[in-house]
Design a protein around this ligand. Sequence first.
Ligand code: UFG
Length: 344
Amino acid sequence: MSKKILVLGGAGYIGSHTYVELLESGYDPAIVDDFSNAEHKVIERLKALTQRDVRFYEGDCNDAAFMEKVIGTEGDVHAVIHFAAFKAVGESVEKPLKYYENNIGSLLVLLNKMTAHQIPHLVFSSSCTVYGEPDKLPVTESTPRKPAESPYGNTKQICEDIIADCVRSKAAIKAIALRYFNPMGAHPSGLIGELPIGAPNNLVPFVTQVAAGVREKLTVFGNDYPTPDGTCVRDYIHVVDLAKAHVKALEHLSHLNESNHYDIINIGTGEGNSVMEVIKTFEKVSGQPLNYVIGPKRDGDVETVYANADKAKQVIGWTSELTLEDGLRDAWRWQQSLKEEDSQ
Ligand code: UFG
């Protein structure tokens, strides 16, 4: 029988792609999501993409009674992948309690339930935001964390520490925190991708919306950083590669003999690309010029960050395969499919 995996936040951007990869790797995933930052049609799209029914539970991962019911209904759960969190950096500054309550609360509920029900494996979504502006590049997992720049970033640090403490207390949990760099792209089928509500905060969805005519122009946040072309540098990781990293992390955890384990792994390509490189690559793959202007720097932006992804290769046997070009092409295909849907 296939192993059951609970995907908390499985209707979201990274969660939905991971759902597909889990299924393709022979697991039996079920989605838990409150649809606060996802649309119900994601479920229909997943059904179309996988040609299978989708098992999902609608509710709040902070609600212990709801989670108890989910786990009770599922029965023998092999692992949980926890994506269910708020992620808008700016909003977290305005509404810190919302972020602390949701992002930390849901992890506490989960760890309690995992212990009570003897669910042995956890993969947790962390972020390269924990490195802040690093002193040395590329960043490895032992690069010191910097004080968080936002409540959102702080929730990621605190959650990492909670998992570490829990494992240190000899709870029978094997966990990996994956520190994602900058996820982008979409499934090559064009059936799932990022669905930002309102104006996107992130670069790639903003770029595709400008190209599609949903927004007038992109503002490049600063071009006088001490980088080769003056714009900020990031490590853009294709969401399908990122999704596969979760499957690899799970496989690794399942093969460990000890019942108690915690590790942290960077998930990035190992390469940095500037905002201008993203724009130029997008123009190449879409075959159209992008309307952009240079604007002021954005508060709190890190100048350059990219991963050393060696540990992912050594420990879980994962490396990125897809390129920035692939990601931008897939993101563009996805944006166009949304436009077609709107016009129908
Ligand atoms: N950018 C623009 N214009 C835009 C949007 C972004 O120039 O309209 C630039 C940013 O200044 C930055 C780059 O594009 O240089 C990437 O910005 P994103 O907002 O896409 O990503 P960030 O690197 O700022 O943030 C991402 C995640 C966060 C996470 C952070 C960790 O979205 O959740 O990485 O560094 F906390």
